[in-house]
Design a protein around this ligand. Structure first.
Ligand code: F6P
Length: 320
C-alpha cells in the first residue's frame, strides 16, 4: 500500500485534528502518501482530495473541529453514491481508507468496505461515547469537561438566587454526557434515555428539599430523554416553583481538546495506520483498560454500548 486516504465524517468533535495529525505523520514516517478527503463521504463522492504533507498538519494538535471539514452524507447511503466514491478512490490510486467518525460513519464504512472489498479502518470519534469496543471515543472527554464547566457556572447563579435549573446536554441515544456531568457537577437529578423517570417523585424530592432549606436544584437531562423546556414546565406546574433552563447544545462539540483527547487522537491515529499497513480491514480501533484493541465494524454498530447507569444513580443519590 503506497497511498492512503483519510476523512472525518458526521458530527465533529475535539481531538479530530490531533488524530488527523497522527495519521498523516505516522503514514509519512512509514514512507506512505496521505490524501485528505474534504467534507467526509460527500467529498469522497465528489473527489475533493488534497495531498497532506507534514506541514499541512502542523499547529492543529490544539484545535477543536476538523481542518478536513465534515458532513452527514445522504448520498453515501445510496449504492450509486458509494460507487462514485469507489471510482474516485481508484482514480486517485488510494488503496486504503481511514474514517474518523461515529456510528453512522462506521455503518457507511462497513457497507462500503464489503461492497467493494476496500480496506477501511475506523477511528471512533463522537462526543456521545456510544460506540461498542472502546472505553472512550475521541471527543467525549473534551465534551464532558466543556459541559461541566458550564454546569459549574450555572451553579453559581442557581445557588445565589436559590433557583431550580434544568440543563439539557447532548446525547441522542446515550446518557453518558448527562451521567458524567451530573455526578461530577454535584447535580441533584439526571434524566437519560436509558432509564424512565418519574416526574412526580422528582417534584416530591424538590419540595421535600425545599422544606429542609435546600432551595437550589440542578437537573441534568440528556437531549434523547426529553426537552429541558418540557421538564421545567412540568416541575413548575406541580410545585409552583420558578424553574430556569439552559440548553448547552453545540458548545459541547467545540473547544481545545483536553490532554486525554489529544493522547487518544495520537494513539488511535498511529494504530489505525499501522493496522492498515498490516493488511487489516473492516475494523475500528478502540481502547480498553489502556490497551489498544480492534472491533469489527459489525459488532461496533450492531450492539448497544453498556453503561453502568446504576452506579451513577446510586452515587448521585448518596452524594447530593
Ligand atoms: O452525535 C453527536 C451529536 O453531537 C449528538 O449528541 C447530537 O444529537 C447530534 O450530534 C447533533 O447533530 P447535528 O450537529 O447534526 O445537529
Amino acid at each position: 500500500m503506497k497511498r492512503i486516504g483519510v476523512l472525518t465524517s458526521g458530527g465533529d468533535c475535539s481531538g479530530m485534528n490531533a488524530c488527523l495529525r497522527a495519521v498523516v505523520r505516522t503514514a509519512l514516517f512509514r514512507k506512505k502518501e496521505v490524501i485528505g478527503i474534504i467534507r467526509g463521504y460527500e467529498g469522497l463522492i465528489n473527489g475533493e482530495f488534497k495531498p497532506l504533507g507534514s506541514r499541512d498538519v502542523s499547529g492543529i494538535v490544539n484545535l477543536g473541529g476538523t481542518i478536513l471539514k465534515t458532513a452527514r452524507s445522504k448520498r453515501f447511503l445510496t449504492k450509486e453514491g458509494r460507487r462514485r466514491a469507489y471510482k474516485a478512490l481508484k482514480e486517485n490510486n488510494i488503496e486504503g481508507l481511514i474514517v474518523i467518525g461515529g456510528d453512522g460513519s462506521f455503518r457507511g464504512a462497513d457497507v462500503f468496505g464489503k461492497e467493494f472489498k476496500f480496506p477501511v479502518i475506523g477511528i471512533p470519534a463522537t462526543i456521545d461515547n456510544d460506540i461498542v469496543g472502546t472505553d472512550l471515543t475521541l471527543g467525549a472527554d473534551t465534551a464532558v469537561n466543556v459541559a461541566l464547566d458550564c454546569i459549574d457556572k450555572i451553579r453559581d447563579t442557581a445557588t445565589s438566587l436559590e433557583r431550580i435549573f434544568v440543563i439539557e446536554v447532548m446525547g441522542r441515544d446515550c446518557g453518558y454526557i448527562a451521567l458524567e456531568t451530573a455526578l461530577a457537577g454535584g447535580c441533584e437529578e439526571v434524566v437519560i434515555p436509558e432509564k424512565s423517570y418519574d416526574i412526580d417523585k422528582m417534584c416530591d424530592r424538590i419540595v421535600e428539599g425545599n422544606l429542609r432549606g435546600k432551595i437550589s436544584w440542578i437537573i441534568v437531562v440528556a437531549e434523547g430523554a426529553g426537552k429541558a423546556e418540557d421538564i421545567a414546565r412540568k416541575i413548575n406546574k406541580k410545585t409552583s416553583l420558578e424553574v430556569r433552563i439552559t440548553v448547552l447544545g453545540h458548545i459541547q462539540r467545540g473547544g481545545r481538546p483536553t490532554l486525554k483527547d489529544r493522547i487518544l487522537g495520537a494513539k488511535f491515529g498511529n494504530f489505525a495506520v499501522e493496522l492498515l499497513l498490516q493488511g487489516k480491514r473492516g475494523v475500528c480501533v478502540g481502547i480498553q483498560s489502556e490497551k489498544l484493541v480492534t472491533t469489527s465494524f459489525k459488532s461496533a454498530i450492531d450492539n448497544k454500548k453498556w453503561l453502568d447507569t446504576g452506579s451513577y444513580f446510586r452515587l448521585i443519590k448518596i452524594l447530593t
